[in-house]
Design a protein around this ligand. Structure first.
Ligand SMILES: Cc1cc2nc3c(=O)[nH]c(=O)nc-3n(C[C@H](O)[C@H](O)[C@H](O)COP(=O)(O)OP(=O)(O)OC[C@H]3O[C@@H](n4cnc5c(N)ncnc54)[C@H](O)[C@@H]3O)c2cc1C
Length: 540
């Protein structure tokens, strides 16, 4: 990167940083986005994927509820290929009457939803069962709301792609080492390239701290204190979609009370536990969390008890602290945008945090407004009305014009993932269409596209862009092939073994907490296939 002068540098390539980079680039600012790992490797790639209607917050946090419903409507328009309109149910079970969350609470809940502008409708248990046959048949009440599911990886990637299309530069695997501070103002950053070990200086009039839960540590590098609250949430992924409608429990937010369908699986979550900051980089899901999520999940949907768990994972919510709430459940999910010039006397630095995945666009708008104010610019935000790349007509009929013959399973799956960008995937020769991952129908052509256009450098990056290895076999059958295809696309076939080993370590970590029954059999099988003579450690 010859020219290291920018209008704005954004630290953190989660959804908040990616959205801010897109907004800044769309407003004509010379933008640099910096991420220490891959995009969406923080909370953005470790959440529930619920496109909230806002109903969950309506009773306790009306402001968040209003933000959610407004952004819910916007995302359906601008990010059509990232959103699935599943609808949602809030159900009441007989035992909820005893804990004060019975049908009286349901009335309070619906009133609060309607006040916040959320179309909530009480329906009979019979209608709820027709809408979602897997829901617990013991339910005594149900409310239908406009929930949906959102694919965080696609959403983040689409924002980065659009930022790039509008001139932004993106550095992944690059760590903010320190700020350059001159006369009380942040005037640039020193960045460590984690692959080469080289530290370089980059200058900008404004830097945005969009580092999620790590935002506290980033601000501390400029001598600024932000009290963040690391609330870990654990989730379980089931082997197939048991439900097609989001199922929530109609009560005060608690552990394991939301079941979200997404792609070929469904996910139950979450827990909420305060953890030390040191654990944010290496989270493990405990057996107790697995048991709790499974028990609560079965209350929503009894067939989960006989459904295979594929894996467990956890993320940390970037909440701004409240001394009075030990679990973090009641801390507002509202947006926090801090101008450190007025707050702390440090010019040139803005922090954007709090919020949610699905309110990222509004967060980005607020952060970019703050950047523009600092630069003395008056440029309107257009992200609420400008569709993201891929969100045009992604129906296979529309995108398959470039393909010869009837669309294959691989082409259809690619259209689901990349929407109208699928036309850029080259299915020219017969081997382009060869399936590499058969659970998720990922082809050689899609892998080559992901390397060429989506910044993929290893199998974890590839998983986030294409779902390779995320299906029922968790990579047992495809990772060797995927590693070879990726290494070839990267131009160095000798990398294949290393890529596979790194990936399997990561998969293994998530399978261990759910290691019984079919998942244990899969794990044993995976060990036999990959362990012999290879440098994988399965000692956990
Ligand atoms: C368990 C759980 C469930 C959730 N469920 C939902 C849900 O269903 N719906 C919803 O809308 N929201 C949900 N959320 C909230 C949502 O995931 C987060 O609000 C959102 O992803 C935060 O995005 P972010 O970009 O601010 O942070 P992150 O995604 O964490 O991004 C911050 C990035 O900064 C990078 N970084 C840190 N330090 C540095 C540095 N020094 N240099 C360079 N880069 C750095 C990190 O690597 C990271 O990628 C959930 C969160 C959790 C934890």
């Amino acid at each position: 990167m010859a020219n290291r002068e920018f209008d704005v540098i954004i630290i953190g390539g989660g959804i908040t940083g990616a959205g801010t980079a897109r907004d800044c680039a769309l407003r004509g600012l010379k933008t640099l986005l910096v991420e220490r790992d891959d995009i969406a490797s923080g909370a953005t790639g470790r959440n529930h994927g619920l496109l909230h209607s806002g109903a969950r917050y309506a009773v306790k946090d009306a402001e968040s509820a209003r933000e959610c419903i407004s952004e819910n409507k916007i995302l359906r328009k601008i990010a059509a290929n990232c959103v699935e309109d599943t609808g949602g149910l809030f159900i009441t079970l007989p035992e909820d009457e005893d804990s004060g969350y019975g049908l009286d609470y349901q009335k309070t809940f619906v009133e609060a939803c309607l006040d916040a502008g959320i179309q909530a409708r009480i329906i009979s248990p019979e209608e709820a069962l027709r809408m979602e046959p897997s829901v617990n048949p013991r339910l005594i009440g149900a409310v239908a709301v406009p929930d949906g599911s959102v694919d965080p990886f696609r959403l983040c990637s689409a924002n980065v792609v659009d930022a790039r299309m509008h001139g932004a530069e993106v550095l992944t695997y690059t760590f903010l080492d320190s700020f350059i501070i001159e006369n009380g103002a942040v005037t640039g950053v020193r960045l460590l390239d984690r692959r080469s070990g080289v530290v370089s200086e980059y200058r900008a009039a404004v830097t945005v701290n969009a580092a999620g839960i790590w935002g506290q540590a980033v601000a501390a590098k400029a001598g600024i204190s932000i009290g963040m609250y690391p609330a870990k949430g654990a989730l379980l992924v089931f082997g197939h979609r048991v439900n097609n409608v989001v199922i929530n429990r109609c009560r005060k937010s608690a552990d394991g009370d939301i079941l979200v369908p997404g792609d070929s699986v469904c996910v139950i979550g979450t827990t909420s536990t305060k953890i030390p900051f040191e654990e944010c980089d290496d989270m493990r899901v405990t057996p107790g969390e697995v048991r709790l999520l499974l028990r609560e999940g079965c209350s929503l949907c009894p067939s989960l008890s006989s459904t295979r768990i594929l894996r467990a994972y956890a993320g940390v919510r970037p909440l701004v602290a409240s001394d009075s709430d030990p679990t973090g459940r009641s801390i507002s999910r509202g947006i926090v945008c801090l101008d450190h010039e007025s707050r702390d006397g440090v010019k040139g630095l803005v922090t954007i945090t709090g919020g949610k995945l699905m309110t990222y666009r509004l967060m980005a708008e607020k952060a970019t407004d703050a950047v523009c104010r600092k630069l003395g610019l008056d440029r309107p935000c257009e992200t609420a009305v400008t569709p993201l790349p891929g969100s045009g007509d992604g129906r296979i009929e529309a995108v398959s014009r470039r393909f010869s013959g009837k669309p294959t399973a691989g082409q259809k799956a690619a259209a689901g993932r990349h929407g109208d960008l699928t036309g850029r995937i080259r299915f020219d020769s017969p081997d382009d269409g060869a399936l590499v991952c058969e659970c998720e129908n990922v082809t050689l052509a899609e892998i080559r596209y992901a390397v060429k256009e989506l910044g993929v450098t290893n199998l974890e990056d590839l998983r986030r862009r294409t779902r390779v290895g995320m299906g029922t076999c968790q990579g047992s059958f495809c990772i060797r092939k995927a590693a070879a295809a990726l290494a070839e696309a990267l131009g160095d076939p000798s990398l294949a073994d290393k890529l596979a080993a790194e990936y399997l370590e990561e998969r293994w970590k998530g399978m261990v907490p759910a290691g019984w029954g079919d998942t244990l059999r899969e794990m044993e099988f995976m060990q036999r296939v990959y362990k012999t003579g290879k440098p994988y450690s399965y000692d956990d």
